[in-house]
Design a protein around this ligand. Structure first.
Ligand SMILES: C[S@@+](CC[C@H](N)C(=O)[O-])C[C@H]1O[C@@H](n2cnc3c(N)ncnc32)[C@H](O)[C@@H]1O
Length: 370
């Protein structure tokens, strides 16, 4: 086993991610139709790579299990980094156990929780029939080093970051797919929803809703609540949002193409469900200014809480490094950041629609008998 300590430290905010991950749930829902079925299998192993706190792991597993014949045995593997909120995952699984176990169908279940990180072996060779990966492939194995002139303009920083992170992401994906190819048996399937950027052929970009948050961060720097150095570290968040073309390039590399048959590479634009709620509320509130403002605030809050619960754990790591591990102001600072960002959104980003391009992958493990 590789030492995960050498890898990027990443996790979602304890307890909060499950509650606020609405767009990730929408992204997973858009993949349900791509899942394989197993009406002949007496036994089956499904692995969720990057399961997080589990709220989006259960439904796809349930759907696959529902295709099994009565009396089958199924092994469910939940994998994430050692820093994941494992207690919340356990509680999520426990609360859903009555439906996962397919009542009345006599499916025997075995659960495995694997805290190793997916740039490593997660299950033994050829042990898995299906690998799933929801909103998790954008995180990089190691944070690339960016040696930048601090006086360089922001556009140079953005370009240098994108180049270094794209190169790392390309290597990571090749490594990830090689690991999965050793674990998923010949003929087995890997399905992923990969959050990223628009396809070359489309003009509408991904909008994660980061702009008001960035404005709020700058405000906190001006207020002396964050330092410019901490802010620069936040910007090195170890994630690369790939285009479908970048994914296709990695899949075409011979060492990957020898292992995987590409069944689907499909971009889909996923809209934040809070946007739909906001539009409905606007329609119902007529000319009522107070109701409209309230609806906008709720939309901004839902979108920002999603971002902060996904990225806040990493930001707190940066702050603890900068302020010392005993620093205890993290929760307050994230709450303040969210409050200021909501205000920014309401004042300056009123009509901003949060929507993210996802690329959906369905790959089949090649092999003699596949
Ligand atoms: C945005 S969350 C998605 C969680 C869940 N799959 C979902 O759809 O809600 C990304 C997850 O990927 C996990 N992750 C990132 N890098 C990882 C790695 N190298 N190994 C395992 N999990 C990783 C994070 O810890 C986090 O739980």
């Amino acid at each position: 086993m590789d030492r995960p300590q050498g890898q990027t430290r990443i996790a979602m905010r304890e307890l909060l991610y499950n509650e606020h991950c609405l767009i990730q749930t929408a992204a997973m829902h858009a993949a349900l139709e791509m899942l394989p079925t197993f009406p002949e299998n007496k036994s089956l192993t499904i692995v969720d790579y990057g399961c997080g706190q589990g709220v989006n792991a259960i439904e796809p597993m349930e759907k696959i299990l529902s295709s099994l014949p009565n009396g089958a045995i199924a092994s469910l593997v939940f994998e994430d980094t050692p820093w994941n909120d494992w207690p919340t995952l356990v509680e999520t699984i426990y609360n859903k156990m009555h439906t996962i176990s397919q009542p009345g169908r006599n499916i025997q279940l075995f659960l495995n929780l694997v805290p190793v990180g997916f740039y490593d072996h997660v299950v033994p060779k050829k042990a898995a029939d299906v690998g799933l990966c929801w909103s998790s492939l954008n995180y990089l194995k190691v944070q690339p080093n960016l040696n930048l002139d601090p006086s360089a303009p922001p556009s140079e920083f953005i370009a240098a970051r994108r180049k270094a992170f794209a190169t790392a992401a390309h290597q990571d994906l090749i490594e990830f797919l090689k690991f999965r190819a050793s674990e998923i048996r010949e003929g087995g399937t890997f399905v992923a929803a990969v959050g990223g950027q628009k396809p070359d052929s489309n003009t509408r970009p991904t909008n994660t809703g980061m702009a008001p948050l960035q404005a709020a961060m700058l405000k906190l720097v001006r207020m002396g609540r964050l330092t410019a150095t901490e802010l620069a570290q936040f910007a090195l968040f170890p994630s690369h949002e790939r285009t479908p073309e970048e994914l296709q390039n990695a899949l075409a590399i011979p060492e990957v193409a020898d292992l995987w048959e590409v069944e689907t590479v499909e971009p889909k634009l996923i809209v934040h469900p809070a946007w739909e709620t906001y539009q409905k509320t606007l329609n119902m509130s007529g000319q009522n200014d107070v109701k409209q403002k309230e609806a906008l605030k709720n939309y901004a809050q839902a979108s920002l809480q999603n971002l902060v619960s996904s990225s806040g754990w990493f930001w707190l790591e940066v702050l603890k490094k900068s302020r010392g591990s005993h620093w205890i102001g993290g929760q307050d600072l994230l709450e303040e950041l969210t409050r200021v960002a909501v205000q920014e959104w309401v004042e300056n980003f009123e009509n901003m629609k949060v929507e993210i391009w996802y690329t959906y992958l369905r790959l089949k493990r090649k092999g003699a008998n596949a």
